[in-house]
Design a protein around this ligand. Sequence first.
Ligand code: COA
Length: 180
Amino acid sequence: MPSHTSIRLIDVADAPAIAGHLTRDAEEFARWLPARPVGFSTTPGQVARIEQLLATHGSGGGWPGVIVADDAVIGQVTVSTIVRGPIQKGFLGYWVASAFQGQGHASRAVGLTLRVMTEELGLHRVEAHTQLENLGSHAVLRNNGFSPWGIAHAHIHIDGAWRDEMFWERTLTAGAPAPR
Ligand SMILES: CC(C)(COP(=O)(O)OP(=O)(O)OC[C@H]1O[C@@H](n2cnc3c(N)ncnc32)[C@H](O)[C@@H]1OP(=O)(O)O)[C@@H](O)C(=O)NCCC(=O)NCCS
């Protein structure tokens, strides 16, 4: 039976689970996610990072979440770089541990995050970037109503090379009144 997917705000107590996934999936993720400093994938490294993410959340700059399946933390979904004023947008990133991929968790988690962005954060627009070859990530975004609107050449340094990225967008509140 397919497992249930939920999201919630990250907690410092999630550090060991996240460090475990990042360590086990280091090889798999190296092709898709930027290199991290030494110690990043350890529990103390994750405690420090989660504290930073929660501080940013506290100042209104982001919404750092974990993806949960049947009570276990299986990944992360993060709204960052929130811009207010006349723009009202956030940037979306996510990963799911390889042992849990291919079951729809990322697609459902992104859908739930769009609800948080709309209902809790009151945002108007969401953006994401993917490498051209990351077909799974393209599908996650298409499943959630995103459209690609351009390609940025040599946009991010990952796995030893500058990679092109597709830029994706989705409006959250088409027709909503302008912010006051
Ligand atoms: C990308 C990622 C988040 C997808 O997670 P997931 O939980 O497996 O995603 P889903 O189960 O929701 O699958 C989404 C779709 O991708 C498709 N897909 C997965 N891998 C694929 C691949 N290599 N090629 C083509 N399609 C693929 C699935 O078939 C599914 O398609 P469907 O909804 O049309 O049936 C996961 O692979 C991951 O964490 N990768 C490493 C980190 C990363 O790339 N993060 C995103 C950076 S932009």
